[in-house]
Each structure stands twice: as structure tokens, then as C-alpha cells.
Write a protein that binds this ligand. Structure first.
Ligand SMILES: [Fe+2]
Length: 154
């Protein structure tokens, strides 16, 4: 699968988790915790595979450099929000508001990536390169999820 497709599939998976969160009953704190853990893991793995494999490839393209820099900055915002949320009580008043802010940040970043960065990737990288990169992303994604699951069961 092409790198852009792999990343797009991740974007859709996270969007679905946010929708699931929205549908939770107000008193379903266990559900909140579970979904937010999954959202945080997805975002953690997704930002890491992009930063390790996808962004460096695009940084070699002059036309994409500023956008990638912006992407990295947006990742950092998302990570900071995730870290903040991890410390909050799911029953607290500002919990849902914080998740909404996270969602808005993620939505904005995803829009920008899909409408500006992906077209440049398709323009400057060959189909073969995108396929190869897609395999690498999937492989690394699997590795990172395995490591996360292992850390959870220790
Ligand atoms: Fe990203």
C-alpha cells in the first residue's frame, strides 16, 4: 500500500475513535478512559512513524520543507495535549473540553497533511518509492504497537 494510503487509513481510524468518544454516555468513565488510551496510542504511533520515515523523505524536497516543519510543530502540540490529558481525571469538568481541543488540533493537522503534504509526496516521489515507504510505515507501526502492548502488560 502507498505511504499516503497507510497514513490516511490511520487518520480515519483516529477520526472514528473521536466519534466513538462523542457517543459515550456522560457517566461512562471506563469507556472514556479506554477510548482515550486508544486515541493516545494511535496518535503516538502515527506521529512517530511519520516523523521517522515519512517526513525525512519529504524534507529532501525543497517545496515541501516548510510544510513538514509546520507538521512537526503540530505533532508537538498534539503530543503535549495528549500528555496533559493523561494527567487529567476523566470525571473532571474540563476533560471533555480538552478532548475536543485535541480533536480540533488533529483535524486541522490531518486536513493540512492530506490537502498539502500528500499531493507533494505524490508529485515528487515515484509510485515505487511510495509503495516501499508504505511497507516501511506499516512494519514500523506494527513494531511500535507491539512495544506499547508489551509495556502495558508488564
Ligand atoms: Fe501527521
Amino acid at each position: 500500500m502507498k505511504a499516503t494510503m497507510v497514513l490516511k487509513r490511520d487518520h480515519q481510524a483516529v477520526a472514528q475513535l473521536f466519534r466513538d468518544f462523542e457517543r459515550l454516555a456522560d457517566d461512562d468513565l471506563a469507556g472514556r478512559r479506554l477510548l482515550v488510551d486508544r486515541i493516545r496510542s494511535e496518535l503516538d504511533v502515527h506521529t512517530r512513524i511519520e516523523e521517522e520515515l515519512f517526513y525525512p523523505e519529504l524534507e529532501r524536497v525543497e517545496e515541501a520543507r516548510d510544510l513538514v516543519r509546520e507538521g512537526r510543530t503540530e505533532h508537538q502540540l498534539v503530543k503535549d495535549l495528549c500528555a496533559e490529558i493523561a494527567r487529567l481525571d476523566p470525571a473532571g469538568l474540563d476533560y471533555v473540553a480538552k478532548i475536543e481541543v485535541l480533536r480540533e488540533n488533529v483535524d486541522h493537522h490531518v486536513d493540512e497533511e492530506e490537502s498539502e503534504i500528500f499531493p507533494l509526496a505524490k508529485k515528487h516521489l515515484s509510485s515505487e518509492r511510495l509503495e516501499k515507504l508504505g511497507d516501511q510505515l506499516e512494519h514500523r507501526r506494527e513494531e511500535l504497537f507491539k512495544a506499547l502492548r508489551k509495556a502495558e502488560t508488564v
